[in-house]
Design a binder for this molecule. Structure first.
Ligand code: PCA
Length: 201
């Protein structure tokens, strides 16, 4: 059976819960479609997160990589179309705050398109009753950083495995604690992500 490396992130900024963690923990070890899920949680740290993901990639040797992140304020499941070679923005959990920094210096493309079946994922989600659309920006925070780092590495390796990023809305648990963001039930988020995984071939 093929292996899917599925990652989530720890809590960050003013989000005391990161709903991606519970999803990844619950899907770890499950078989979905053609894949067995290997779940891992990443730090929210500009100096470490990309490296952590690459180490998991080396150890797990997956046939596909999906990283999940919280996009607080979004109200749909949004597979990302592209990662850009830039880190910029709010401080991470260690206080690092890059400004206009490139992620890969010499040999990095300006951007890399997701190689996940993002259109198919969105269509299937909608068919199953879950609001979804392709997002054309993953921002310049950690989610973009890990999506870029993984796609860059896969390009360098010359392998063809599908890889990309999916942003999810807040869970109700997070929304109750945060106070001002739209949210989905954990069950729906979980079912939505399972649907996305099942679109991998
Ligand atoms: N979301 C952030 C980083 C961690 C996460 O879950 C982002 O969108 O960049």
């Amino acid at each position: 059976m093929k292996k899917l490396l599925l990652t989530g992130f720890r809590p960050f900024l003013d989000y005391p819960v990161n709903p991606t963690m519970r999803i990844v923990e619950e899907l770890d070890g499950q078989e979905l479609g053609e894949y067995k899920v290997v779940g891992r949680i990443l730090s929210v740290d500009f100096r470490k997160s990309g490296q952590e993901l690459l180490e998991h990639y080396e150890n797990v040797k997956p046939d596909a990589v999906i990283s999940l992140g919280l996009a607080g304020g979004r109200y749909k499941i949004t597979p990302e179309r592209i990662a850009i070679n830039c880190s910029d923005g709010e401080p991470d959990n260690e206080g690092n705050r890059p400004t206009d920094e490139r992620i890969a210096d010499k040999d990095g493309a300006d951007g890399y398109f997701s190689t996940l079946p993002i259109r198919q994922m969105v269509e299937k989600l909608i068919e199953n009753g879950y609001p979804s659309e392709i997002s054309n920006t993953a921002g310049t925070y950690l989610c973009n950083n890990v999506m870029y780092s993984m796609l860059h590495r896969i390009k360098q390796d010359g392998t063809e495995i599908p890889s990309g990023f999916i942003h999810i809305p807040a869970s109700h648990e997070l929304a109750i604690q945060h106070g001002k963001i739209p949210s989905w039930s954990h069950r729906d988020l979980l079912e939505g992500i399972k649907t996305c995984i099942e679109q991998l071939s």
